[in-house]
Design a protein around this ligand. Sequence first.
Ligand SMILES: [Zn+2]
Length: 243
Amino acid sequence: MCQEFYILESDQENWSLQIHLCTVFINLHTHHPTLSPGILEVESVYFGQGKTPVAPLRSVGLHPWYLEGIGLEVAKSWLNEQAALPATIAIGESGLDKVCQTPWDLQVLAFQHCVEFSESAGKPLIIHCVRAFSEIIALKKDWKPRQTWIFHGFDKNIQTAARVLRAGCCLSFGAALFRENSHAAESLRATPADRFFLETDDAGISIKAIYERAAFLRGVELRELEEMVKGNLERVFEIGTDL
Ligand SMILES: [Zn+2]
């Protein structure tokens, strides 16, 4: 059985990417790629981080925590370059955070730029959201993006999950699934099979363990869960998989 995945073809005009996937756990959002066989990892890279990404696939964005003093014009030209790369399959993480110190207007401006790059590059948006669900949903209604917005590290209750899902977004779940009676666990159970992803973010836990936990919580076989997430990747990212 093949344990590698590789990019077969990419066409920057009409964004299309063919990937061979074999027995793959898909880690939608990680800051620490393991580069292990059989795992498809999307490395999160943000402007100003000064980090060379190591995973073959990545998401690039302007993180709300790291905006002050960066010079938005420089950041935009970096994002413009990065967004066009075939290895970049998503924009983000980007979003709004009411707990961090970054001025709100600056956060909104940077978020708007990321949405624009997501739309112009035709790549989904991975969202960092802290206590700003109403604001982000309102902006989505206003801006009417064509790309899918995915709220990563989702750990809110089923009412919030329902609002986000009604707005047409997807959810990505991670380490919070392991907390007893966590909101994340109840929201994962209530999320339709075609609307979620899994991730490790910066947690010191394997994506396989997160898949096993998610399968347990949803009451499905691991294999079935793998198929769900692969199907979601294919559909949302318009990636053809050869399984
Ligand atoms: Zn992250």
